[in-house]
Write a protein that binds this ligand. Structure first.
Ligand SMILES: CC(C)(COP(=O)(O)OP(=O)(O)OC[C@H]1O[C@@H](n2cnc3c(N)ncnc32)[C@H](O)[C@@H]1OP(=O)(O)O)[C@@H](O)C(=O)NCCC(=O)NCCS
Length: 431
């Protein structure tokens, strides 16, 4: 057997498109087109030649029927050699974290030196299906030998069978949507509407301030929207610099209209966008005089019963990532937490500081600790920036690494909740 040493994995660059509301300026595009745009530009900007890339790992949460292996299609349309290996991953909202850790593992064991990882989502372009009855009639018609047989295959269809079937938005195992599950967490963890609205306001204010100060300039590309290239999108489209608590308080709850607390303002919105990272072995980068943005130090994944608290796994994943890194929460300089809903972030923060949660769900007597709020999502989060499911993890990695450099500090912890009761966490370091 080959003796292997685990190699250090550097993140050389990261880039994303602006994130915009589904149905907005990217409404005529697909996830593949957004992925192509961001990977093409990232390779141009980084000092990595397309021919240096050995693998692409990319993801999309809402699957495409026409391009099921988005990663391979990106290789074939961005000037990389056609011999570059590629595969696609899906881990709901943590998809590009899965792409990152897969890519990192491949590099760590020496199977590749340079890998591109990322994700794209175009909720403007979700597949709309026909019913099973129509699908069966089509198969029967295709098999039929005569014209009469082909016509008979459709004879049993009813008008209701022709109603299009949208993609599932509810958890299969519980029947609850994400929003309904977040509502359950808000109630069980006693997260008030006011606390959620305040957290959402903070996300918008910090994101607006980051844009204003030019902090996103180096990590968000301009998109000249194909096919006519007449429209240019240069900034995120969802951030509200003028949001007020009064406006947020006036909104009706969406998922439990009578007793609920979750509204359009304190949820992440349905979003289009893409994000990508270039990873390399630290020695490959060093040999070429490239200065990485930072390094992946450790990661952890976790899962909870979706019927309990669907978005409660991030603190458990964080404990695993911190253990893997040999660090405690107090060693972390910067925190990036995916904001699916303000109620989920506030629940996760509460759980991280809770001895009972530590005992019952992490299997340790001490809680992880209090996350200092002034070091959490300091440039806004998914509520304000938007959440193109598969792109969010890569966005968070790039933003965290740039912010570590700006602050001259060393370590960041990222956490993400995901459908199915999943959680992901990574520890990044600057040097
Ligand atoms: C919550 C949700 C249903 C809202 O969708 P929507 O109704 O299309 O949202 P809109 O953007 O039209 O906003 C609805 C209203 O709230 C207002 N609003 C939205 N955000 C606001 C904010 N931050 N402050 C003040 N008002 C706000 C809008 O202006 C709009 O008002 P109007 O009706 O007077 O125009 C949708 O965003 C959603 O499903 N989000 C959850 C996505 C999800 O499950 N993600 C998974 C997480 S991992």
């Amino acid at each position: 057997m080959v003796e292997r040493q685990v190699r250090r994995v550097a993140i050389l660059g990261g880039l994303r498109t602006p994130f915009v509301k589904a149905g907005g300026p990217f409404r005529d595009l697909s996830a593949l087109e957004l992925g192509k745009i961001v990977v093409g530009e990232l390779l141009e900007r980084s000092r990595v030649a397309p021919a240096d890339v050995e693998q692409v790992v990319f993801g999309q949460v809402v699957p495409s029927v026409t391009a099921p292996n988005i990663a391979r299609e990106i290789v074939l349309s961005t000037g990389m050699p056609r011999t570059v290996d590629a595969y696609s991953v899906s881990r709901a909202c943590a998809t590009s974290i899965q792409a990152l850790t897969d890519a990192a593992n491949t590099i760590a064991v020496g199977h590749a030196d340079v890998v591109v990882a990322g994700g794209a989502e175009c909720l403007s372009d979700v597949p709309i299906l026909y019913s099973r009855q129509v699908a069966q009639a089509l198969v029967a018609a295709q098999r039929a030998k005569s014209l009469g047989g082909k016509v008979r295959a459709f004879a049993a269809l009813h008008a209701r069978d022709l109603i299009p079937v949208p993609p599932a938005i509810a958890e299969l195992s519980t029947g609850l949507t994400m929003g309904e599950s977040a509502e359950k967490m808000a109630k069980e963890n006693h997260i008030s509407r006011a606390a959620q609205d305040e957290f959402a306001l903070r996300s918008h204010k910090l994101a607006a301030a980051a844009w204003e100060a030019g902090r996103y300039a180096g990590e968000v590309m301009r998109v000249h929207v194909p096919p006519r290239f007449e429209e240019t999108v240069a900034k995120d489209g969802i951030v509200r610099s003028d949001m007020t608590l009064e406006q947020a308080a006036a909104l009706r709850p969406v998922f439990d209209r009578k007793y609920g607390t979750i509204t359009a303002a304190n949820s992440s919105p349905l979003t289009d966008g893409a994000a990508a990272l270039v990873l390399a072995s630290a020695e490959w980068a060093r040999a070429r005089g490239l200065v990485p943005l930072g390094y992946l130090r450790a990661y952890g994944y976790a899962a909870v019963d979706p019927a309990w608290q669907l978005l409660a796994a991030p603190p458990i994943a964080a404990a695993r990532a911190l253990d893997d890194a040999g660090l405690g929460l107090k060693d972390i300089d910067l925190f990036e937490m995916h904001e699916a809903f303000a109620a989920q972030v506030l629940s996760n923060l509460q759980a991280m500081a809770s001895p009972a949660f530590a005992r019952e769900h992490i299997g340790r007597s001490e809680p992880l600790g209090e996350v200092p709020i002034d070091r959490l999502n300091v440039n806004g989060g998914s509520i304000a920036l938007g959440h193109p499911f598969a792109a969010t993890g890569a966005r968070m990695v790039t933003t965290a690494l740039h912010e570590l450099a700006r602050r001259g500090v060393q370590t960041a912890l990222l956490t993400l909740c995901a459908a199915g009761g999943l959680g992901a966490a990574v520890v990044l370091e600057r040097t």
